[in-house]
Design a protein around this ligand. Structure first.
Ligand code: B12
Length: 231
């Protein structure tokens, strides 16, 4: 049946010019969803994020035009500036990954997209590898028109990766079999040799053979490493 675009299609169209994509959708049973300002728990949610460097040109232009250089957390502020009005226009409540209390974005993504964590802790995507992220979520009190829980991907690339270069390349020794050692990483970034990661991006993340064509542009790699160092 043809006709007016669904709410979900309209949200998708509103985000796309900003290099943001609907990353998957999920429904919640009674009280499992995040709490909305109305006091009810959300019954449905769509995740919004970047695929490869999709947001970088738009965000970078905004940074230059707004003269925000130096002000803290520009990517978080940009994400809110784009996503909040889209949520308001479509009867949704926006949630953001860095806002406390932290919402379980990775658990949502695992359910919505069927992704699993890589040894780095970041979820790996079969096509985009480690080169994707979440910039927000739109949560609904009622399941919206045109809403379907998304299809999940079938396989986990790390299961088929014998070499696992992510585990052996970190110059800080911060990637251990039991997870990412944040303190070791940050300490290394503060030393002279840390320039390697600050200048070219996380060496372990760069070593992943999956989705290399979606690796973030150099400037974006440096932006994320500088943010990690500042935390
Ligand atoms: C706190 C945090 C960190 C802390 C982790 C401290 C710790 N040990 O928990 C620090 C500052 C170290 C960190 C680093 C990074 N992070 Co971080 N982080 C978060 C944040 C804000 C909260 C995590 C959390 O506790 N959530 C609350 C619980 C309830 O949610 P959950 O889904 O159930 O939690 C899962 C995570 O906690 C995960 N987890 C546990 N330990 C760690 C450690 C790391 C490094 C990661 C990535 C995940 C992770 O396991 C849980 C179960 O699945 C999330 C955003 C969010 N709201 O989830 C981003 C998030 C997990 N981070 C993300 C990213 C990309 C990074 C960095 C790569 C950023 C960078 N600048 O380079 C680095 C990782 C560096 C590396 N080499 O791997 C992304 C992951 C996207 C993806 N593809 O999966 C998220 C989702 C933010 C986003 N905007 O997309 N992060």
């Amino acid at each position: 049946m043809s006709g007016a675009p669904s709410l979900i299609d309209r949200i998708r169209a509103a985000l796309q010019p900003h290099g943001l994509f609907l990353r998957g959708s999920l429904g919640f049973d009674a009280a499992d969803g995040p709490l909305l300002p109305s006091g009810s728990a959300a019954r449905a949610l769509v995740l919004v994020g970047n695929l490869g460097g999709s947001l970088w040109p738009v965000f970078n232009r905004w940074r230059a035009e707004e003269g925000t250089r130096g002000a803290p957390d520009p990517l978080d502020r940009w994400s809110k500036q784009i996503i909040s009005p889209v949520a308001a226009d479509h009867g949704a409540t926006a949630f953001f990954p860095s806002d406390p209390p932290w919402q379980p974005f990775q658990q949502w993504a695992m359910r919505a997209e069927g992704l699993k964590p890589s040894p780095l802790g970041i979820l790996i995507h079969p096509a985009y590898g480690l080169w994707h992220g979440y910039r927000g979520a739109l949560a609904f009190e009622e399941v919206p028109d045109g809403f379907e829980a998304s299809e999940t991907v079938g396989h986990h690339p790390c299961d088929h990766c014998a070499a696992k270069p992510c585990l052996s390349t970190c110059p800080a020794g911060a990637i251990l079999p039991d997870g990412f050692q944040y303190v070791a990483c940050r300490t290394f970034l503060g030393k002279r040799d840390g320039a390697l990661c600050l200048g070219g991006g996380c060496v372990a993340r760069n070593a992943c053979p999956v989705g290399t064509e979606f690796r973030y542009p150099e400037e974006q790699l440096r932006f994320h490493m500088a943010a990690l160092k500042r935390l």
